[in-house]
Design a protein around this ligand. Structure first.
Ligand SMILES: [Zn+2]
Length: 106
């Protein structure tokens, strides 16, 4: 999360593909985006928990929180965070494997 305000995020309207700030209604097509916003907020919550458990060196719980976030929406960010968890947990083979998967996907 590289935003200065982590509670704010950009989202893409699933109806018209308009990029926009976190809003309940699409600025372009006026679709109700309440569920999309709720899912993204829940995903951010799980990512925040993952970072908190990572700081506590609770690596397995951190990975479980990343999995919960991934269940809501997949993204390359999850794999990057997962690689970091394995790296900090001294699981270098798994971290290297995830890193290689990331660079081959890009
Ligand atoms: Zn729209």
């Amino acid at each position: 999360m590289n935003s200065s305000n982590p509670s704010k995020f950009l989202l893409i309207c699933p109806v018209c593909q308009a990029n926009q700030q976190q809003e309940q209604v699409c600025r372009r097509c006026k679709s109700d985006l309440g569920l999309v916003v709720a899912i993204e907020e829940k995903r951010i919550y799980h990512l925040s928990l993952a970072f908190a458990y990572l700081q506590k060196e609770e690596y397995q719980i951190a990975l479980e929180q990343l999995h919960a976030a991934e269940q809501l929406r997949q993204g390359s960010d999850i794999k990057k965070y997962r690689a970091v968890v394995h790296l900090i947990a001294n699981d270098f083979p798994k971290a290297w494997q995830l890193y290689n998967e990331l660079v081959t996907e890009e």
